[in-house]
Design a protein around this ligand. Structure first.
Ligand SMILES: NC(=O)c1ccc[n+]([C@@H]2O[C@H](COP(=O)([O-])OP(=O)(O)OC[C@H]3O[C@@H](n4cnc5c(N)ncnc54)[C@H](OP(=O)(O)O)[C@@H]3O)[C@@H](O)[C@H]2O)c1
Length: 223
């Protein structure tokens, strides 16, 4: 049994990660902006007393403080999964700023807030849900400027965190192309398949691999 903190559990990959952790007996604390709007999340809440939902917009100015207030009685977090993300269309300044706020800054802010709780774990892991679209070497189709650059920034933040905190096993992961609101109907993977792979990679990653960028099958990816 471990204690897992996941952002973006209302739907998609985050919801599937949350469900699978609960099914194997973990305690899960998850952030959802509006839990009442997610019937699947409410079903999980009814089924598992081990699920604690924090209802919060992560872009709120005092988001870190609010999270810590909710975690007052939770001394240890074993796995932090920064999953919440957005895909902004267009090239406006607003699209860039919002993408960087949610996809790059929020994961950093949450990690900083939870470092002391992660440090109390015997096997602390930080997982940043990134994307191959944040990779520069393998970018062959361009476009999606705001999303791509915000995930590249997340990769850099991830690498810096892994260097600063050698006690923490840090993993940046690409979940595959997944059928969610973001991935769309044409995507090839179900959220549960992606989540299953992600959990497998999280379980297998060794401390000496910290800072890695892998996909949900455990294959190494280029930055
Ligand atoms: N789907 C894919 O093919 C794919 C591929 C590569 C990477 N990814 C990455 O995988 C992660 C999950 O994506 P997904 O496909 O599951 O997307 P999704 O279905 O659109 O879900 C996104 C999640 O993030 C939450 N979120 C967004 N902004 C938030 C905020 N300000 N505060 C709190 N929660 C917020 C959403 O909450 P609400 O319900 O409140 O909006 C939702 O739970 C993202 O980081 C994404 O970039 C996805």
């Amino acid at each position: 049994m471990q204690t897992v903190f996941i952002t973006g559990i209302s739907r998609g990959i985050g919801l599937a990660l949350c469900a699978q952790a609960l099914e194997r007996g973990d305690h899960v604390i998850g952030v959802a902006r509006n839990p009442q709007a997610s019937p699947d999340l409410l079903k999980l809440q009814n089924r598992f007393k081990e699920l604690k939902i924090i209802s919060l917009d992560l872009c709120q100015e005092d988001a870190a403080e609010k999270i810590l207030e909710h975690l007052f009685e939770v001394p240890v977090i074993d796995v932090l999964i920064n999953n919440a993300g957005i895909y902004e269309h267009g090239i406006s300044k607003q699209s860039f700023l919002k993408s960087f706020e949610v996809n790059s800054y929020v994961p950093f802010m949450i990690t900083e807030a939870l470092l002391s709780k992660l440090k109390r774990s015997s096997s602390p892991k930080l997982v940043n849900v990134s994307s191959v679209m944040g990779g520069i070497t393998d970018n062959s189709s361009g476009d999606a400027y705001a999303y791509r650059s915000s995930k590249s920034a997340l990769n850099m933040i991830h690498k810096c965190l892994s260097l600063e905190h050698s006690w923490l096993t840090c993993l940046a992961i690409h979940p595959g192309w997944v059928k969610t609101s973001m991935g769309g109907e044409g995507a090839v993977l179900l959220p549960k398949t992606s989540a299953h792979g992600i959990w497998d990679v999280i379980e297998k990653i060794r401390p000496e691999e910290s800072g890695a960028f892998k996909d949900y099958n455990g294959h190494h990816l280029n930055w």
